[in-house]
Design a binder for this molecule. Structure first.
Ligand code: SF4
Length: 416
């Protein structure tokens, strides 16, 4: 990929208010059907995961926390021995687990528990039955979508090499709702582009990767995953994120170009869903056009979302805060967005002052900021909902737009 030409991005480092990387387990444990996520952390971590993911009544959960006790935290017990015992018990009870993730947390990092080493040891111990990988979901200096990035990056080195001289294939990287993945798979099949999804729903470690692999990112926060794929010889295709009719069309167009599919063939394959997407978005445009929107840094989806809201719905971004911006991976979104209102980092207090002064029509922010801002008369949208919801692709473009009309509609109803 060539170096991006993008507008100036301000940096405003300081305190931010975001969830930690453990949050990714909430959607990843549903996505990778034969995996289990074992958080090695404190009661706080267990509480976060349990309340964020909810309790599954009818199914065995695919996540749990190995709680580090005071003796572990004080270095008085051998945490590795205890971890081995916990994993042994877990695998005896749950022989269906093919892939076990040990997920590091702030406490496991503070006591310097080396989970990568533990994963190697446990993989050897349970060879032929369960593979054990490790990644960090710690909340130290991270934001919550980095959990998914770290998880996918841990998968990449374990995948087999694509056979030399095999035909090029595509990997779509980033966890997608099954319904979205199925739509994308059908469209790629109609273009004769062989596609794998990372993570795969099952057998996540069997995706072949090699110099013939081309990668389309379906999520903008996969910095470490992109690096890991490139280390395996794969090439990242430069594309905007598949949000909205325009973003999805350009995303498919980038893949089509990389695989030598003609523009006419792409146009005819996407004509119907693209028309449906445009119609669905257009139906909501009058509610949002001309309204001002501000983003607090949270999910790292802020830049592609602002691009969609500006270009397809006519909204005016007043401030686009994002925790981190990888200019290379987001080059196409930044070019389309063409705004100098992007700021990276963002000290929460200073940004709150700015938002209170400018009073945008809609503020996209984390859960912790939404209620106080609502109480001050501002209309908010929880950014985490945009990560949980199926929003990518043509068929979801209308639902994505509706996520931004709903807060105002709710406020209007309450005012009646
Ligand atoms: S990983 Fe850190 S931030 Fe996340 S719940 Fe555990 S202690 Fe809290």
């Amino acid at each position: 990929m060539s170096a991006p030409l993008s507008p100036e991005i301000r940096r405003d480092p300081g305190q931010r208010a975001v969830f930690c990387g453990l949050t990714g387990i909430v959607w990843l444990h549903r996505k990778i059907e034969d995996a289990f996520f074992l958080v090695v952390g404190s009661r706080t971590c267990a509480h976060l995961i349990q309340s964020a993911a909810g309790v599954m009544i009818f199914a065995e959960p695919r996540f749990a926390t190995a709680v580090l006790g005071e003796r572990d935290l004080a270095g008085m017990a051998d945490a590795n021995e205890e971890l081995d015992r916990v994993v042994q018990r877990l695998l005896e009870r749950r022989p269906d687990i093919r892939l076990l993730f040990l997920v590091g947390s702030c406490p496991s990092e503070v006591i310097k528990l080396d989970l990568s080493k533990a994963a190697g040891r446990l993989s050897r111990l349970h060879a032929g039955r369960t593979r054990v990988l490790a990644y960090s979901g710690s909340g130290i200096e991270t934001t919550f979508t980095e959990g998914e990035d770290a998880c996918l990056a841990s998968i990449v080195p374990e995948c087999p090499s694509a056979p030399a001289y095999s035909a090029p294939s595509l990997i779509v990287a980033g966890a997608l709702a099954d319904v979205v993945e199925d739509q994308f798979a059908r469209l790629f099949a109609s273009l004769d582009i062989p596609v794998y999804f990372l993570p795969a729903r099952r057998a996540a470690l069997e995706t072949p990767i090699g110099p013939g692999t081309r990668v389309l990112l379906a999520q903008p926060f996969l910095n470490a995953t992109a690096r890991a794929l490139e280390e395996r010889g794969a090439t990242i295709i430069s594309a905007p994120m598949p949000l909205g009719a325009e973003g999805t069309q350009l995303w498919f167009a980038a893949a089509a170009e990389a695989f030598g599919v003609s523009a006419e063939r792409l146009d005819s394959a996407t004509a119907l869903p693209r028309a449906r997407a445009r119609k669905a978005v257009e139906a909501l445009r009058s509610e949002l056009a001309g309204r001002r929107v501000a983003f607090f840094p949270d999910s790292q989806l802020e830049i592609p979302l602002a691009r969609f809201l500006k270009r397809e719905l006519g909204m005016i971004p007043t401030e686009i805060g994002t925790p981190y911006c990888n200019r290379r991976l987001l080059a196409r979104d930044l070019d389309l967005l063409d705004e100098d209102a992007v700021s990276e980092g963002c000290d929460v207090d200073r940004q709150l002052d700015r938002v209170r002064a400018s009073r945008p029509d809609l503020t996209v922010c984390g859960l912790g900021l939404a209620n106080p801002l609502e109480a001050e008369g501002l209309t908010t949208r929880w950014s985490i909902e945009l990560v949980f919801s199926p929003i990518q692709g043509f068929e979801q473009a209308g639902d994505l737009a509706a996520l931004f009309t709903r807060p105002q509609r709710r406020r209007d109803r309450l005012a009646l």
